[in-house]
Design a protein around this ligand. Structure first.
Ligand SMILES: NC(=O)c1ccc[n+]([C@@H]2O[C@H](COP(=O)([O-])OP(=O)(O)OC[C@H]3O[C@@H](n4cnc5c(N)ncnc54)[C@H](O)[C@@H]3O)[C@@H](O)[C@H]2O)c1
Ligand SMILES: [Zn+2]
Length: 349
């Protein structure tokens, strides 16, 4: 079994890459937890919860199942989860298990962070987004009307158990959605990964392991997101504007689809400004097409600029964005919002 050790908060946690979930039982037994609370959503419950419940039979497994979807990540469910732990007499010697995609991981992690001022939790991620991104790095949160993930904390898990074979049951659109963040990792840090993706390599086990190493690099260098970790936002400023335009519900544009467009546009702008190596835009568009991701939208540029100008990070019409020097290498650059308009117009022509 392959593993990684991530340093966090002076200590650290192990990520195990497994092909079944027995190692969760071994982790719980070795750590001496008395009770376990599995938190999951309806879809994942039907597919994978029984297996883990039976592995944990000796440790009084409890289970809480939320509806699937982003709307579950709300403060009411945070409180519902905390009260459920209290009503089942959970204590600091017990364990919370987040079984599911990024929604479950972020919500269950925040429940664990706040119940009794913090109980241990582990991540058992089941989507590409969760396995390659959200289960590593310790960010936990719920959404509030003022914005996604605006109510949260840094609270690293004690253990991450990744079984890439569960990705086989993912719906097609969610798979593509997750691949956008994988392509992003290639763009900002790993030209070899990007080349592999361009050639259509689809060994998900290998892709997930490589992405965990990349995420590890960024979070160990900048655990609290004050510097280098910003590079993970490549394509995201524009993506957030696209998502806002479409009402943030993921119907017309998922987050990954919006990031895909954001990355393509930023590469194009970078080339026009002479800071990004020529041909980068074409390479990104090719790989996005391969994974059935969009590279442009029909959102009117004035609308996008309007949303960008409303971004709290904009100062005097200027925003810090992530640009590529070339595939595999990113940097922070100031961009005048109006420059986006100029180049985006050219782009959509
Ligand atoms: N904490 C972080 O650092 C971080 C990073 C990136 C994203 N996120 C968060 O992650 C969330 C998105 O995560 P997501 O894309 O995993 O969405 P998700 O958790 O909503 O899962 C997507 C869908 O797939 C279903 N599903 C999950 N695993 C499955 C499987 N193996 N087989 C079949 N169906 C399965 C779910 O029930 C859901 O319907 C967002 O809320 C985002 O803010 C957090
Ligand atoms: Zn993202």
């Amino acid at each position: 079994m392959e593993s990684l050790k991530v340093k966090a908060n002076g200590r650290g946690y192990t990520i195990d890459f497994v092909d079944n979930y027995t190692s969760i039982g071994e982790f719980v037994g070795a750590a001496g937890y008395k009770k376990c609370a599995i938190i999951t959503d309806e879809n994942v419950d039907k597919l994978y919860a029984d297996e883990i419940m039976s592995i944990l039979q000796a440790y009084q497994p409890f289970k809480m199942v939320f509806p699937a979807g982003e709307a579950t990540k709300n403060p009411q469910n945070l409180i519902a989860g905390v009260r459920w732990l209290a009503n089942n007499n959970f204590s600091r010697t017990d364990l919370v298990i987040a079984l599911g995609g990024g929604v479950v991981g972020d919500l269950a992690g925040f429940i664990a962070a706040t119940y009794d001022r913090g109980v241990d939790f582990i991540q058992v991620p089941t989507t590409i987004v969760a396995q390659c991104d959200s289960s590593i790095g310790g960010k936990v949160a719920v959404d509030i009307p003022e914005g996604k993930n605006r109510f949260g904390a840094f609270y690293p898990p004690k253990y991450v158990c990744i079984n890439a074979s569960v990705l086989q049951t993912l719906p097609e659109r969610n798979r593509a959605d997750g691949m956008a963040e994988v392509i992003k990792h290639g763009c900002i840090y790993d030209a070899k990964l990007f080349d592999d993706l361009s050639r259509g390599i689809d060994d998900f086990g290998a892709i997930v392991r490589r992405n965990c190493q990349i995420k590890q690099h960024f979070v160990e260098a900048d655990e609290y997101d004050r510097g280098l970790r910003m590079q993970l936002n490549f394509g995201h400023t524009l993506a957030h504007s696209i998502e806002s335009y479409y009402g943030n519900d993921g119907e017309k544009f998922t987050h990954g689809e919006a990031v895909a467009v954001g990355m393509a546009v930023m590469a194009r702008i970078g080339e026009r400004l002479g800071v990004t190596e020529g041909g980068t835009y074409e390479k990104i568009v090719d790989v996005l097409k391969k994974y059935r991701l969009p590279y442009k939208t029909d959102v009117p540029i004035a609308e996008l600029i309007g949303y960008m100008k409303g971004d709290k990070k904009v100062m005097g019409g200027v925003i810090n964005v992530i640009m590529l020097e070339k595939i595999g290498s990113a940097f922070v650059r100031q961009l005048k919002i109006d420059e986006v308009g100029e180049f985006y117009d050219n782009y959509s022509a």
